[in-house]
Design a protein around this ligand. Structure first.
Ligand code: ADP
Ligand code: MG
Length: 723
């Protein structure tokens, strides 16, 4: 047993030494030292790199290249560098951590070693104790050998004690086992540390590679920078050279110019001399000029004043002659007016229209005299009948031409004359066209008002004028207001209660007009009234007389003189003879009324032109209403409208006979005789032969001088002086 124990002890000692060598604390330490050295080396390299970098930056600051692409690149690289530095810093921190860990592990190893030493010392002690006991036991055995009893006893004790030793051995073995485990754990820790070391080495290698890459980049950037600086330097040199050579060329040219200018100067000098000479002579002439001028002016003035004197005397002579001529003209004019009377008769032939149809019915039956614009020929039933009026308008005559002949009448209204313009003729002969016209081509009505406006405007400096308009209609001898609120209401014509003998229509609406727009509104208003009141406007309008009454009231601001002129524009009812074709009822009544009023108008005009003492104004509403404007020195124009169509010749003939009768009264002694005659009714007109003398019929007494003087009372030229 002792022997085996000894062997085991030996084994244990060996094991301990092996473990000690295996623990290899020194190896790990070596490894750690190695890593520390490597780390130190890397740190040194990094420092060197940073130094280089600083040097490069300094260089760049000293010679900065502006707008260089490398600057940007450089910034990028710097960014990268700082990134790398950061990474290196991190690695360094990791390394420090690892160092700390290694330190801790070394400490633990030292502890373990210490513990191992303790346990070894314990073992040695135990061994010592055991060997001592062994020696004691051997001594005892020897003594026992001599004393057998005693030996037996001792063997027994030894047996007992050897059990105890066995137990101690077991304990030692378990302790050994624990120590082995500890060693295994330490090995594990060591392995991990090695792995960590390896990974840090790898990171370090990567870092180094990055640093290298970065260095290469820096070098490349530096190289490029240098190259560019060189190129710029070269360019600068080249530019300086070019500028220099150009300056030399220019200098040369300037020198040449200078030479040319010098030669020019030399040639200019003689010219300057001659110029100076000329200038001096001119100066002399200028000095003498005023004298010369005065002389010439004096003679010219004398000549001119002589000429002026001559012209003056001629002018005086001419003026004298002109005044004499003017007086003569006035006298002639007055004579003419006296001869012609105040009643004028015009004829107007409308063009053939689509409404006339086609064929022989629509053939033209009216011709004109090329040399005389007052003559018209009508072909009726194969016979040519000629008529002479004051003026005849052919179909092509425009509205404007017609108005030109009328405008003198219209303007006399401003001077306080009363004027009547009648359109007479069969339905469709152009009465409405002449008076109203179309929107695009207005007739006498609108043109007259426009003329009045412009005339009034021309006199506005001295006169105040007010122009008012009334519109009325006479149908079946009933007078109606076309502008009033009650168009159906029949108006009465009354004598002024002031005893002036003037007539007025109570309730007749008057509108003050100042512009063409105003007139258009009034016309439109009247037209609408007429349209809404009648079922068949065309029919109705051809059976009624339409009157537009324009009143012009003036006040001369300086003298206080007041004038009132009236312009009556009358679109008469159709003059065709309906009654003869056997009309009945209302149609017959209409025809009778029209016939009566047109005959009355003829009678009145006839009586006026033949200067009869009695003028039958009261025979119709129309003549009664227009009494003021027909009598006295009022002016009247009868526009006889005719159709040129073959089918209308019989009506045309009637209308022209009516016209010629009106006119014939004033012509010479024959017309004077006509004073004894009477106006035929409309019915009788057709039967008369054209150009025949006095119409037959109702007798009228010839006016006595006293009766004639009564005409003066009816003078309606309203001239009042105020104050
Ligand atoms: P009235 O009033 O006599 O019955 P209108 O004036 O209505 O006749 O004329 C009948 C037709 O003839 C209308 O269509 C009108 O435009 C046309 N007319 C009349 N005179 C002329 C003219 N001078 N030029 C052109 N057309 C005319
Ligand atoms: Mg008409």
């Amino acid at each position: 047993q002792v022997e085996t124990l000894k062997a085991k002890l030996l084994e244990q000692a060996q094991e301990i030494s092996r473990l000690r060598s295996e623990l290899g604390g020194t190896d790990a330490e070596k490894h750690r030292d190695l890593l520390a050295a490597e780390n130190e080396r890397l740190r040194q390299e990094m420092k060197a790199c940073e130094g280089e970098l600083r040097e490069l930056q300094r260089q760049q600051q000293q010679a900065p290249c502006r707008d260089c692409p490398h600057l940007q690149e450089n910034a990028g690289l710097q960014e990268q560098l700082s990134q790398l530095q950061r990474e290196a810093e991190e690695t360094r921190a990791k390394l420090a951590e690892l160092d700390l860990e290694v330190q801790q592990k070394t400490n633990r190893l030292a502890e373990v070693e210490l513990r191992l030493k303790d346990s070894l010392a314990e073992r040695a002690e135990e061994e010592e104790r055991l060997s001592r006991r062994l020696r004691d036991s051997q001594e005892t055995i020897a003594s026992l050998k001599s004393q057998p009893q005693q030996i037996k006893y001792i063997i027994k004790t030894v047996e007992v004690e050897s059990a105890k030793a066995k137990q101690a051995l077991c304990e030692t073995q378990s302790r050994n086992q624990y120590l082995l485990e500890q060693v295994g754990m330490q090995k594990q820790v060591l392995k991990e540390m090695e792995q960590q070391l390896k990974s840090s080495q790898k990171t370090e290698a990567q870092l180094r590679a990055q640093i290298m890459m970065y260095e290469a980049e820096l070098e490349r950037a530096h190289g490029q920078m240098l190259e560019e600086m060189q190129a710029m330097e070269e360019e600068k040199n080249r530019a300086i050279e070019e500028a220099f050579s150009r300056a030399q060329v220019e200098m040369k040219a300037v020198h040449e110019n200078l030479a040319g200018v010098r030669t020019n100067l030399l040639t200019l000098q003689p010219a300057l001399r001659t110029l100076t000479h000329d200038y001096n002579s001119l100066k002399r002439q200028v000095r003498d000029f005023p004298l010369l001028l005065q002389e010439t002016l004096r003679s010219a003035r004398a000549e001119i004043s002589q000429a002026i004197e001559e012209v003056h005397s001629t002018n005086r002579e001419l003026l004298r002659k002109y005044r004499r001529e003017l007086q003569l003209r006035k006298k002639c004019h007055n004579e003419l007016v006296r001869l012609k009377g105040n009643i004028r008769v015009f004829g107007r032939v409308r063009p053939i229209t689509k409404e006339d149809g086609e064929g022989p019915e629509a053939a033209n039956a009216v011709t004109f005299d090329a040399d005389d614009d007052a003559v018209l020929h009508l072909l009726h039933k194969g016979k040519q009948v000629s008529f002479e009026l004051d003026k005849v308008f052919p179909p092509q005559a425009s509205q404007e031409e017609v108005f030109q002949e009328v405008q003198a009448l219209v303007t006399s209204c401003i001077d306080g004359y009363n004027v009547c313009i009648f359109a007479y003729g069969q339905t469709g002969a152009g009465k409405t066209y002449t008076m109203e016209g179309t929107a695009a081509n207005p007739g006498i009505n609108q043109r007259a008002l426009q003329l009045l406006f412009s005339e009034v405007r021309g006199k506005a400096a001295d006169w105040d004028y007010a122009i008012t308009v009334s519109a009325a209609e006479i149908y079946n001898e009933a007078l109606r207001d076309l502008l009033g609120k009650e168009p159906q209401e029949k108006l009465e014509i009354k004598l002024c209660p002031d005893g002036s003998g003037q007539l007025y229509v109570p309730g007749l609406t008057e509108f003050r007009v100042q512009s063409v727009e105003d007139i258009n509104k009034v016309f439109e208003f009247g037209h609408i009234k007429r349209v809404t009141e009648c079922t068949n406007l065309n029919e109705h309008s051809s059976r009624s007389h339409a009157l537009l009454i324009v009143t012009v009231r003036g006040l001369d601001r300086s003298t206080g003189l007041r004038t009132t002129g009236k312009l009556n524009l009358v679109d008469l009812a159709g003059s065709e003879r309906v009654g003869r074709s056997g009309a009945e009822g209302s149609r017959l009544r209409e025809a009778q009324h029209i016939n009566k009023s047109l005959s009355a108008l003829g009678d009145v005009i006839y009586a006026l032109r033949s200067r009869q003492s009695h003028v039958p104004f009261r025979n119709s509403k129309l003549t009664y209403l227009l009494q003021d404007s027909l009598s006295g020195d009022s002016k009247t124009l009868m526009m006889v409208q005719v159709s040129p169509a073959e089918k209308n010749t019989s009506e045309t003939l009637c209308s022209l006979k009516f016209a010629e009768r009106v006119r014939s009264v004033e012509l010479g002694p024959v017309s004077r005789k006509a004073e004894l005659g009477s106006w035929p009714s409309q019915e009788h007109l057709e039967g008369d032969s054209p150009g025949s003398a006095a119409p037959p019929g109702r007798g009228h007494a010839s006016p006595s001088p006293g009766q004639l003087s009564s005409r003066s009372a009816s003078i309606r030229r309203k001239l009042h002086t105020s104050g």
